[in-house]
Design a protein around this ligand. Structure first.
Ligand code: NAD
Ligand code: MG
Length: 389
């Protein structure tokens, strides 16, 4: 065994997704450093089986219980333990067969397993930003109580985290989250009202899961990231700024109280922040393509257009008001994106659904965990009613 870097046992919650599959590429390239010990999928049994045969994890979970026997049979010749159903995610998160959870489930569904892993004292590499948007105060408090590090995977937050290494005693004046602007940058409502799902799913710089790709097109993704940043780095809402940077080379920046700004840069490739989070505090070599200043030699910046991309304004409102409002907004957004992806509502309707839901579901200033769960359910029902889902 490599004593300098003992093998880290990774539990990938959401192993069949965009983040999950890229994490497995990182693990496969570094077998002396990492092993994949837990893999979970929602519906994609075929890919889960393929991954389990290749990585020989301790446990797999298939969310869809109807697929349990198929997965079990396919892995009968191995000693991989197979579980199924939503509750199994929490049960497996409470096990001791792993060291670090990569939280790569999409949406609110990632919250409960992540909470269990924190209570179980496991380090978290956090891709699932919705967990912090919904219940950031409770998650961060539990992480401190259980001495659990939460290492961001989201590229912007990884950038800020990297800029902050060695700066623990220095005050942050503000952070500057960069946003590519998505496929519809510069467009106005009369154009946006007609965009189709296929068009919205084409992101210029990043290849990601469907939900986050739509969130990037509406700029809700950046709104979620502002709230995520507030909790991760213990900031006030005023300290979180967003700037559009279409080239996605600067992944985010920190400005300190002497005015000095640190930026983290590189080509847009999620494998880098994933690898950084898995290997932290070490950096490890890789052969990912490098950024060449001569090839992309113009980096530009502009103000986000919050009058057109109103989701970002709604998220800023939720960031400032706090309480259960980010949780309500997140739930309504998940329903709205789901409906847009099924061609049930148009691009701009998504914002209207979120706004109405935020106005209607009762505000709670200091919610308990149960109240967050209830607010999520109420907001989902309200948003689904508006759409008549
Ligand atoms: P994805 O849709 O590609 O994958 C989601 C994964 O979660 C899959 O493995 C799926 O099986 C599982 N899953 C989906 N619904 C589930 C449910 N209800 N219960 C249990 N498992 C479920 O998503 P992704 O793009 O990999 O994103 C995952 C998370 O990472 C999101 O929160 C996203 O915001 C965040 N993130 C992604 C990227 C990216 O480049 N893809 C970048 C930054 C942050
Ligand atoms: Mg991001």
């Amino acid at each position: 065994m490599n004593t300098e870097f003992p093998i880290k046992r990774i539990a990938i919650f959401g192993s069949t997704g965009s983040i999950g599959t890229q994490a497995l590429e990182v693990i496969a390239a570094n077998p002396e450093k990492f092993s994949a010990d837990v893999l979970t999928a929602h519906h994609n049994d075929e890919l889960l089986i393929e991954q389990a045969l290749k990585f020989n994890p301790n446990v797999v979970v298939i969310g869809d219980e109807k697929k349990y026997s198929k997965v079990k049979e396919a892995l009968a010749a191995t000693d991989v333990k197979v579980f199924a159903g939503e509750k199994a995610l929490e049960e497996v998160a409470a096990m001791n067969c792993y060291d670090l959870m990569l939280a790569a489930i999409v949406g609110y569904a990632g919250l409960k397993p992540t909470l269990k892993a924190i209570e179980n004292g496991k380090a978290i590499a956090l891709a699932n930003k919705e967990t912090l948007v919904v219940a950031g105060d409770i998650i961060m408090k539990k992480a401190v109580e259980n001495r659990v590090p939460i290492i961001p995977v989201d590229s912007e937050h990884s950038a800020i985290f990297q800029c902050l290494v060695g700066e623990t005693r220095n005050r942050i004046e503000k952070i500057i989250l960069t946003a590519s602007g998505g496929p519809f940058i510069g467009r106005k409502p009369n154009y946006l009202v007609n965009v189709k799902r296929e068009h919205a799913l084409q992101h210029p710089n990043w290849s990601m899961g469907a939900k986050i790709t739509i969130d990037s097109a509406t700029l809700m993704n950046k709104g979620l990231e502002m709230i995520e940043a507030k909790w991760l780095f213990n900031l006030s809402p005023e300290q979180v700024q967003v700037i559009i940077h279409p080239q996605s080379i600067i992944h985010s920046m920190v400005q300190f109280e002497d005015g000095s700004i640190k930026a983290q840069m590189g080509l847009p490739d999620m494998k880098l922040p994933i690898q950084y989070a898995l290997a932290f505090p070490k950096r490890i070599p890789n052969n990912f393509p490098r950024y060449d200043f001569k090839k992309v030699n113009t980096l530009t910046f502009e103000e986000p257009d919050v009058k057109t991309f109103r989701n970002l304004a709604l998220a800023q409102d939720a960031l400032f008001k706090g309480g259960n409002l980010p949780c309500i907004m997140n739930a309504a957004n998940e329903i709205a994106v789901f409906a847009f992806l099924r061609n049930r509502i148009n691009f701009l309707d998504m914002t209207n659904v979120i706004e109405k839901t935020m106005e209607q579901v009762p505000f709670i200033e200091h919610p308990t965990l149960e109240e967050y769960f209830d607010s999520d359910g109420e907001a989902r029902n309200f948003a689904a009613d508006i759409i008549k889902l």
